[in-house]
Design a protein around this ligand. Structure first.
Ligand SMILES: C[S@@+](CC[C@H](N)C(=O)[O-])C[C@H]1O[C@@H](n2cnc3c(N)ncnc32)[C@H](O)[C@@H]1O
Length: 225
């Protein structure tokens, strides 16, 4: 399913509409970019999984202008938007790969970043195996930083997190519209508990940290020390 179909939007509206869907969207992206910069080299190779329109990569480049960006996304139309955004006035052009990040070999790199993309991995086993591939692709000292929705292990807390999220959507949409979005997204999206994500990352060798949390969203970091 394309991004436009999944989110029930016109793709040209993505950058505007994603802010109505995700509370603190910009802050989350900024935290991922800042985490990469904190540990990064001067000229890092940064792989953006599910690069979308390139909003996260653009933030990484704003902090590390000499970075080399490799973006992977399965949606050709959204990749065209990323290309337009990231190619402007840049000597170093991004490498944009159309494909499934679970199937494409990851290039050797200094940072792997993602926002709102890895919740498309439905199975914990598949996700942990993918984390192992990320760990292997990173150079020593490399950083994995992922901003996404992560639930609580406790069901009551998770329900509260969903209410917080719905409250955000209700600033822009009717109750019916908000519920309809959640129903559509539930077909494709899986939000594991934050604690389980940390266990999965640790299990493949990462030193882990939660660098930002505005439930139900968080930025999780893994360092290959
Ligand atoms: C909600 S968008 C997030 C885009 C961007 N990272 C952002 O934060 O605005 C999720 C993106 O991940 C891509 N995606 C999801 N699963 C993928 C997969 N297995 N392989 C490649 N791209 C994937 C989608 O095509 C989409 O562009």
């Amino acid at each position: 399913m394309s991004v436009a179909q999944h989110l029930k939007i016109k793709l040209s509206e993505y950058d505007e509409r994603i802010r109505t869907f995700i509370p603190n969207y910009e802050e989350m992206l900024d935290e991922v970019a800042a985490t990469v910069a904190l540990f990064g080299k001067k000229q890092p190779t940064i792989v953006d999984l599910g690069i979308g329109t390139g909003a996260l990569a653009a933030r990484c480049l704003a902090i590390s202008p000499q970075a080399r960006v490799v973006g992977i996304d399965s949606d050709a139309d959204i990749l065209a938007l990323a290309r337009r955004r990231l190619s402007q006035k840049r000597a170093q052009q991004p490498t944009l790969i159309q494909g499934n990040f679970l199937e494409n070999a990851l290039p050797r790199c200094d940072a792997i970043v993602a926002t709102l993309a890895l919740h498309h991995i439905a199975e914990a086993k598949t996700k942990q195996r993918f984390y192992a591939q990320c760990f292997a692709a990173l150079r020593r000292g490399g950083i994995f930083a992922n901003g996404d929705c992560f639930m609580a292990e406790n069901a009551k807390l998770s329900q509260r997190y969903m209410e917080i999220w719905q409250r955000h959507l209700r600033r822009f949409y009717s109750l019916r519209q908000a519920q309809s979005f959640f129903t559509t997204w539930a077909d494709e999206d899986t939000y594991f508990p934050l604690a389980q994500e940390l266990v999965m990352l640790k299990a493949v060798g990462f030193e882990v940290e939660v660098v930002w949390r505005r439930a139900p969203f968080a930025v999780v970091m893994g360092r290959k020390s």
